[in-house]
Design a protein around this ligand. Structure first.
Ligand code: IPM
Ligand code: MN
Length: 358
């Protein structure tokens, strides 16, 4: 198979982790006879430095003319004081919107050999944890109206609007129901319907949609504050979880940490086509950038998801997943998942071991 992959390295550890994911993709290409072509484009802080804009038009064009997109991470101290639309994060939000990627899937899975790295007591995680967070990605407060000003009494204010339409809720619910159909036929929907009007519409819509289109799927509602508690109290009770953009952002970090480290969690973002954007859920970690100590596994697993979900290369997906599993089972650990008695390795070495396992 010939695939054109756009790579958005971004900032901080972004270039390091993308380079290592490419190493693993090349190992897959060699073994299975594919041809992956990579074209790099600037996004985030590095794009601001070069073009005074976090998402230049040629980056959008490059992504839209590729078969799929791999992204590292954006942001860093250097750009922290810029105004809202100039910030590196605006580049990431912009590319998600420009590519129409409304569905963000974040599987938080506990790898057996990493059970010790979970901050939870072993009895809570000993039977495994796999929470698949389906996060709405192009709506809600991330994209609602923003305002900043001074009222008539001279008091300064700012506001961000949380707005959802029925079709936006239905299309993300469809993704969750499709996933749940192949799993345990249960979807947990997270909202704040006891307070927010947007959540009351969310709650009504997910139930109506499932009842009409997926009658065999059970939909349960959990309030977001309770969800935050349940994830640490009994994470094994969850499977497919569907939620809004901001709740999904927050809960996926929590779920990731429960499974050991945010450095392990990959995500896929898709819309109505097979052209997706695949990225680790973690950030650019500027404090450890360039030191070869970050964990490349989330990005490597994101690349694996690309092979499976954009290119239907399921054997190749499993090859990467098994290669990661073997590296962990053999005791190799980057600093973030290191525990006593294991073999500590850097970012490059970890990717090298995984590539050799392919
Ligand atoms: C994520 C990140 C982004 C988000 C930021 C960097 C804009 O935290 O992908 O989870 O909030 O979506
Ligand atoms: Mn986040």
């Amino acid at each position: 198979m010939n695939c054109k992959i756009a790579v958005l390295d971004g900032d901080g550890i972004g270039p390091e982790i993308c380079a290592e994911a490419i190493k693993v993709l090349n190992a897959v290409a060699k073994k299975y006879g594919h041809n992956f072509e990579f074209a790099h484009y600037d996004i985030g802080g590095c794009a601001i430095d070069k073009y005074d804009c976090p998402l230049p038009q040629h980056t959008i064009d490059g992504c839209l003319s590729s078969d799929s997109v791999l992204l590292g991470a954006v942001g860093g101290y250097k750009w922290d004081n810029l105004s809202g639309d100039k910030r590196p994060e605006k580049g990431l939000l912009g590319i998600r919107k420009a590519m129409g990627l409304y569905s963000n899937i974040r599987p938080a899975k506990l790898w057996e050999s990493l059970a010790d790295a979970s901050p939870l007591k072993s009895e809570l995680v000993k039977n495994g944890v796999e929470i698949i967070i389906v996060r709405e990605l192009t709506g809600g407060i991330y994209f609602g109206k923003r305002e900043r000003g001074t009222d008539k009494n001279g008091v300064e204010f700012a506001s961000d609007e949380e707005r959802y339409t029925v079709p936006e809720i239905e299309r993300i619910m469809k993704i969750a129901c499709e996933l749940a159909s192949k799993r345990n036929k249960r979807v947990v929907s997270v909202d704040k319907a006891n307070v927010l009007e947007s959540s009351r519409l969310w709650r009504r819509t997910v139930h109506e949609y499932a009842m009409k289109n997926y009658p065999d799927i059970t939909v349960e509602d959990v309030l977001v504050d309770n969800m935050a508690m349940q994830i640490v109290k009994n994470p094994a009770q969850f499977d497919v979880v569907v939620t809004s953009n901001i709740f999904g952002d927050i809960l996926s970090d929590e779920a990731a940490q429960v499974t050991g480290s945010i450095g392990m969690l990959a995500s896929s973002s898709l819309g109505d086509t097979k052209r997706g954007l695949y990225e680790p859920i973690h950030g650019s970690a500027p404090d450890i950038a360039g030191k070869d100590i970050c964990n490349p596994i989330a990005t490597i697993l994101a690349a694996a998801m690309m092979l499976r979900d954009s290119f239907a290369l399921t054997k190749e997906y499993s090859a990467i997943e098994n290669a990661v599993k073997k590296a962990l089972d053999d005791g190799y650990r980057t600093a973030d998942i290191y525990t006593d008695g294991m073999k500590k390795v850097g970012c490059k070495k970890m990717a090298e071991i995984i590539s050799e396992n392919i």
